[in-house]
Design a binder for this molecule. Sequence first.
Ligand SMILES: NC(=O)c1ccc[n+]([C@@H]2O[C@H](COP(=O)([O-])OP(=O)(O)OC[C@H]3O[C@@H](n4cnc5c(N)ncnc54)[C@H](O)[C@@H]3O)[C@@H](O)[C@H]2O)c1
Length: 260
Amino acid sequence: MSSEIKSTPLKVLLTAGASGIGLVIAQEFLKTGAQVFICDVNPAALQLALQDHPGLHGCHADVAVEEEVKNLVTRAQHHMGGIDVLVNNAGIAGPTARIEALALADLENTLRVNVIGQFLCAKHAVPHLRLSQQASIINMSSAAGHLGMPGRSAYSASKWAVIGLTKSLAIELGKEGIRCNAVLPGAVDGPRIRAVIAAKAQIMNKPLDQVTRDYENQSTLGRMVTPLDVAHTVLFAASPAARSINGQALAVDGHTQALS
Ligand SMILES: NC(=O)c1ccc[n+]([C@@H]2O[C@H](COP(=O)([O-])OP(=O)(O)OC[C@H]3O[C@@H](n4cnc5c(N)ncnc54)[C@H](O)[C@@H]3O)[C@@H](O)[C@H]2O)c1
């Protein structure tokens, strides 16, 4: 039996690719020669990302709106001539508040983007993925998708739901040659986590420095992870090197054992 792992440039549909972790994932895929089609809900960020990265293509879409997802998948398929990989990256931080202070609308919006968004993208991409010889779905979860997170119950619940979706799709689609895995980043250094830490410091009435240190020390490595760490894992999960990896929750969190 040959142990050679063959790879052809992938056709990647990536949600929320205009900034943050998504843009870094897009850049890393582009470096491999992949075609990358992104969407984003923020028109200004999308325009800037497409301007700055001539190889990158994309359109506006809110992943939680089915008509926009249908249009996104159709456009991506036409543009790339197929879809090999769906990276369900879009996800919002949701409210930072104790349970009794949570507004229903914030809770619903978190679940709408983080869970329903991934359902919709998978639902509409699967007919195209089925035609690919190197098909996979990568769902962005979080360390909060296997650990509890006080003050962030809406987010944590949404990211646990992503694991259930991932494992179910892995079983449902595996025999059709479509793998489905989740990536679970720990705290990723960047503007979003800094905003979460500031909100957390406020509700816990603790100094910002102390909450920042607590976040860094959640990892056994004593530091946050980087967007590039996350992108490397996504690229691995999409690659032929991961051809027998299905239904897994791949943690990129420096072995975080509890979230503060
Ligand atoms: N940043 C972290 O510390 C961290 C940790 C663990 C997991 N994650 C997960 O990684 C993913 C990316 O996180 P990030 O920090 O880059 O996010 P971010 O908040 O920086 O947002 C990235 C992009 O998502 C877009 N977006 C938001 N809602 C959207 C929607 N409904 N449809 C389409 N695009 C939308 C935004 O416009 C933005 O351009 C998310 O699923 C997040 O939950 C992040």
